[in-house]
Ligand binder design. Structure first.
Ligand code: KG4
Ligand code: ZN
Length: 322
């Protein structure tokens, strides 16, 4: 399989990438404008327009792909259907195979492609919809050791940010505000499930929202963002250490998903990996958030390993990793 086109339409960003083996030929992400949270129908319409225009440009500039991979789920069902219909229609007319892949698996596998991280590795997946620690044994073979029992960490960043008047998505906004902090120890937060493998973030979200609101001064908001981000980073790093010890020490750690773009979280995880004698890798920020490259990459690995294509595969909002 030479050229592989990957398209990602699970939420509000349209990702399109073209790869050839280890070469990344194109990787573009078209960000949509949503004021305080994603409006599903608007997201689906925008994907439709973006895909039609951008895929044509890429193919004209380079060449027709030999395989097209798309996100089968999980995600917003309307957005997923736009991507799946586009990919299947394209595949049919171009007489090439199509392959639907899992969005979570794509986040988890990308570090293996871009940095050649060897299997097995311990992956902290932190996105807008999911929080989990997964042992990645090989393509298609995963063991989940930890998950959030309620909110995903990215969702908490978004809600906490909205509460103090920051724009959507809230994670990058909180990171920006945190850089202006002066009083680093003013805010304190609860920590749930410390002696448990799983995560829980809903108590933290409520506690964070109760401590501050839109009326606070800019300095108070910045101090709050610093403390909140730092607290989350410590929770994540401590849980990685706990799971790593439980399994018996995994020499390679990675983090992926939108929240892994956060440099404070990256720093804390890095320290923790060092302490546990593990090599640690996080993709560059633009590859932590949703992108078409990870879909093309997973399509490539799955097609090489399992060879399956699937015109009958249906998009699924609830699609699970395993
Ligand atoms: O992986 P992703 O792009 O989409 C999902 O699969 O959900 O993750 C999006 C999430 C959002 O909640 C966003 O606020 C968060 O990632 N995020 C961040 C940062 N950049 C994106 N959270 C914290 N710090 C960031 N720099
Ligand atoms: Zn994602």
């Amino acid at each position: 399989m030479k050229h592989i086109l990957g398209i990602e339409t699970s939420c509000d960003d349209t990702g399109i990438a073209l790869i050839k083996g280890n070469e990344i030929i194109e990787n573009i992400v078209l960000k949509q404008e949503h004021k305080s949270g994603v409006i599903p129908e608007y997201a689906a319409r925008e994907h439709h327009i973006a895909l039609s225009l951008e895929v044509e440009k890429i193919i004209k500039k380079h060449q027709k792909p030999d395989l097209i991979a798309y996100t089968q789920g999980p995600g917003l069902i309307g957005s997923l259907f736009v991507g799946a219909c586009f990919a299947k229609g394209f595949a049919y007319s171009a007489k090439i195979p199509s392959i639907g892949v899992n969005h979570l698996e794509a986040h988890i596998i990308l570090p293996h492609y871009i940095e050649n991280v060897p299997f097995p590795y311990l992956c902290l997946l932190i996105s807008g919809g999911h929080t989990m620690i997964v042992l990645v044994k090989e393509i298609g073979c995963y063991e989940i050791f930890s998950q959030s029992l309620d909110d995903a960490v990215g969702e908490v960043f978004d809600k906490v940010a909205r509460n103090i008047g920051l724009a959507y998505p809230g994670g990058p906004e909180i990171e920006k505000e945190a850089k202006k902090a002066l009083n680093l120890n003013f805010f304190e937060f609860p920590r749930a499930m410390e002696n448990n493998d799983d995560f829980s973030f809903s108590g933290l979200k409520t506690a964070a929202i109760r401590q501050i609101n839109k009326e606070a001064t800019p300095q108070k908001k910045a101090d709050f963002c610093y403390a909140f981000q730092n607290h989350v980073a410590e929770m994540l790093a401590d849980k990685m250490e706990r799971i790593n010890s439980k399994i018996g020490g995994i020499p390679s750690w990675v983090a992926s998903g939108g929240v892994a773009a956060n440099q404070a979280i990256k720093g804390k995880l890095n320290q923790k990996a060092l302490k546990n004698n593990a090599n640690f890798f996080i993709p560059p920020p633009q590859l932590c958030t949703d992108n078409g490259l990870m879909i093309a990459v997973l399509g490539k690995f799955r097609f090489e390993k399992f060879g399956k294509t699937d015109l009958s595969l249906r998009p699924s909002a609830q699609s699970r990793l395993i």
